[in-house]
Design a protein around this ligand. Structure first.
Ligand SMILES: [Zn+2]
Length: 332
């Protein structure tokens, strides 16, 4: 499992699904501090032991940063529909929380003393956390970060997290919704119809909330719609055949237009079996586990269309450029 401090703050802010609990580690670490003393100039220095420091860990450092640090990042803004600079509202970190050292003691001279110091440090740490929570969390143990897109100050983003007493953090609210920051669907905006884009986003959104059947319904609709676009394209000049193919089962529809589909899809027949099954035959778990491969398959179709589209416009531009050169040469 990923440690809390291994997350990127911007991913926790924008992409972390709601209600997933992440453990915050509360183990302290020990560090001895030394003083360096030179008895005679030019002689080897002596390290004189001074104190044992009890420090909090990386998870706590990361938590302080998530609660108060500036989260200024280049990220996808769902309202601008492109990557822009997004800045967080400033929340100053109080002086008392700036140090990582929770407590310091002289070197223990006995086992009893070291146990005593460890207990004292533990008490100080609990106090430290309690103070921090009192200062930055509201009465329901939540904190909210406000961010704003720099391209338009009107695009505001609000994220709320909750920290439980047993030190689990979870995101409990986000506006705009989590799925709208997943820009994969947006990347294909140019080649996706508005209807498909909305439904793909809805599917990703429902999946984010663990709603497998709902997510799968939308995903399947997008897939079928894309497939029908291919069928329309393939039989554009043969209406009789078109009407016939439209009545086929999914597997047969796919093989009827296989030259218009990515090879990957044609070779992965298991996907059609999944798609052919009625939603009522699939359980919530099954829908969730099929979601990613089905979504990826849709993205593969889009990727290929996107590439074709890109290549076509590149060739068109290149053609114009070449004929300009040609015209210029004739005039010279
Ligand atoms: Zn924006």
């Amino acid at each position: 499992m990923t440690s809390f401090h291994d997350f990127k703050p911007q991913d926790l802010i924008f992409l972390e699904p709601l209600y997933r609990k992440i453990k915050i580690n509360t183990q302290m670490s020990l560090e001895d501090s030394y003083e360096t003393v030179y008895e005679e100039p030019g002689e080897e220095p002596i390290h004189v032991y001074s104190l044992t420091n009890y420090l909090h860990n990386k998870d706590i450092t990361f938590l302080k940063r998530l609660v108060t640090g500036s989260i200024d990042t280049y990220y996808y803004c769902p309202e601008c529909e492109k990557e822009v600079y997004i800045n967080s509202e400033r929340v100053p970190l109080d002086k008392e929380f700036q140090d990582d050292v929770i407590a310091s003691f002289p070197r223990p001279t006995s086992h009893e003393e070291s146990v005593f110091y460890a207990e004292e440090a533990e008490t100080s740490f609990k106090k430290y956390i309690r103070h921090f929570f009192d200062k930055y969390l509201d009465q329901s143990n939540t904190f909210t970060r406000h961010l704003v897109c720099t391209a338009s100050k009107k695009h505001k983003i609000t994220i709320t997290f909750r920290i439980s007493r047993d030190m689990y953090i979870e995101k409990i609210g986000q506006f705009p919704a989590v799925y709208s920051f997943d820009n994969k669907a947006h990347q294909y905006k140019k080649i996706l119809t508005k209807e498909n884009r909305n439904e793909l986003n809805k599917a990703i959104g429902l999946k984010t909330h663990g709603n497998g059947v709902g997510a799968y319904v939308y995903l399947r609709r997008v897939f079928e719609r894309l497939l029908h676009e291919k069928i329309d394209e393939a039989f554009v000049s043969d209406n009789t055949e078109l009407q016939k193919v439209k009545k086929y089962r999914i597997e047969d529809k796919i093989s009827a237009v296989k030259h218009f589909l990515p090879e990957f899809l044609v070779n992965n027949s298991f996907l059609y079996n999944i798609l052919s099954k009625g939603i009522h035959e699939l359980s919530e778990e099954e829908c969730l586990s099929y979601f990613e491969p089905v979504k990826e398959a849709i993205l593969v179709i889009l990727e290929e269309d996107y590439e074709k589209d890109r290549r076509a416009s590149f060739q068109k531009e290149l053609g114009t450029e070449l004929s300009n050169i040609h015209a210029k040469m004739k005039n010279d």
